[in-house]
Write a protein that binds this ligand. Sequence first.
Ligand code: SIN
Length: 282
Amino acid sequence: MSLEVRPLAGALGAEVVGVDLRKLDPGDEAALQAAFLEYHVLAIRDQALTRGEQLAFARSFGEPEVHPIVDGTSAHPDVIRVHKPAGESASFGVGWHTDNSFFEAPSGATVLYGEVIPTSGGDTLYANMEEVWATLSEPLRSRLGAMRAVHSASRAYDPALVGSEKYEGTASLTYRYSEAVTAEVVHPIARQHPETGRTSLYVNPMFTQRIEGLSQAESDAILGFLFSHAAEPDHTCRVRWQPGTVTLWDNRCVWHYAMDDYRDHERLMYRVTLAGEVPIPA
Ligand code: SIN
């Protein structure tokens, strides 16, 4: 078996075949690290991982973290069981976002393992925020480079907005309430990648509330433009899941979007996020 990396789209993303994540040799690890920095999203096919094995693989990219709002499993608090039963709508991760940008030090990477996959639907979309930044005009980049934005979990997790069912422990995915739901943090809009030095647009529709210092109307207009520019199809790729696919993505420079188009089908994933650093202004 030899590791092969096949690009998925022009903007970002690659499929990886010919590797067993339970038995990586130093050459495989180096190839995966290089592909991760080059493609930002790796869909690694044909794995059969226990949660312990998923965590062991995740640790080669960073330190798994416990989510302050979404419950992990009882055996592994740092693994979230993302289950969508047949007959329900999907809600977790539905909408463009960057995982946990509302943390002071947002998650660096995510490792998502697909266990039960619908026969069609349930894909995940990704968008390359380095390319998005590079395709803005220089005068706009220069203005945005001096700005910061406020991020919060509230739009996705406030029970007043999303309902209390998940906080009552009856849903397939359960939450716990704390001040993490409404806390606000401020991050630079132009973020420098700590490993490659490249610049990304670092705002997202799910967690970015407003641009610091602007009126809400000014902020909405600028963010509205940035969000629609960022989501243009030319900046994206799409991962079609198979049972046993592990997708690893770089939250420092990527948005993603879990599709809600498989109502009649079950989907079961296990998610590990890795601790990141406080964003560096570009
Ligand atoms: C997430 O937003 O982390 C979940 C993505 C997915 O379920 O495809």
